[in-house]
Design a protein around this ligand. Sequence first.
Ligand code: MEV
Length: 329
Amino acid sequence: MRLRKRYSEASAPGKVVLFGEHFVVYGSPAILAAIDRRVHAKVRVSSGEEITILSGQKLGGSAGSGRIIKTQNGPEPKQLLEPLVECAKAVLSERGYKIGLNIELNSYFPMGVGLGSSAACCVAITAAVDSLFHQPTKKWICMKATESERRIHHDSSGADCNICTYGGIMYFTKGNGFKRIRVEKDLPLALLNTKETHSTGELVSSVKNYKDSNYPAFRGLAGSSKIISQKALNAIKHSDYRGVGGLMNQNQTLLQEIGVSSRKIQRLIDLCLKKGAWGAKLTGAGGGGCVISLFPPDKHSTFFRWIENNLKTCEPFPLKIDYEGALIH
Ligand code: MEV
């Protein structure tokens, strides 16, 4: 395939897992939503054959040159940025090219807190690099990005790359892919950040250890997670927010059981429930990260003002759903 341009830009949204995280890795369904905050990847063809990634502040990185990138607050370069270099290389090799690239990554949401930053980076880089050659399909972007995300955490279910590529709200199973969920209006959700960062890969491994040493218990919990996600699908479709909230609370109990909640997560959840939320739970891998809470629609703005005043450090924001998914700019 011919190189058709020397510069391209693509972006992908972050995500929240509304239901079913971790159990989705073992075949239970999950419900995910894309959020209106994105990772942008700008790719420029350079001389030589080196691929460099320069990551912006929100990615926890300082300026980098050469293949090794120094990060300040984010994960070690080996954990994230090297797999992203591999992600770009994989696209080039598919197109039969060995060229140098300068990639600039900027994330407009925090990373390592359950909002899908690794998947969004893989999707944005895959889309940007491939669009140097032609207009890639979402199907191809998602497939290649999922392969790359598995270099960051090996047992990925693929759910995050699917939602970051296609956007919207989806019901996802590892074996059968996704079904879109249509809603009349956004769910009245708020997002709070514990600011405890985590490694998704490590949390997925810790759940695997739990499963291997408590298999009957895990099987029961995975069965409950499946039923909760199925009921939630129905409740979301019918805008039964009180029902959705109750199911979020049940889902949180399962996540506590497999050891991925934390004291800080629980404290935020308790506060939300005390303030009148219908439901609250961790979202994503857990072990810190973010909490989502769902409020009666008529109390959403009052509650939101309250968290903004009282829990400012948690960087709260109302969740808006992104319906576009990956974009080539
Ligand atoms: C992370 O956003 C979701 C997990 O279920 C991992 C995965 O599905 O690959 C924890």
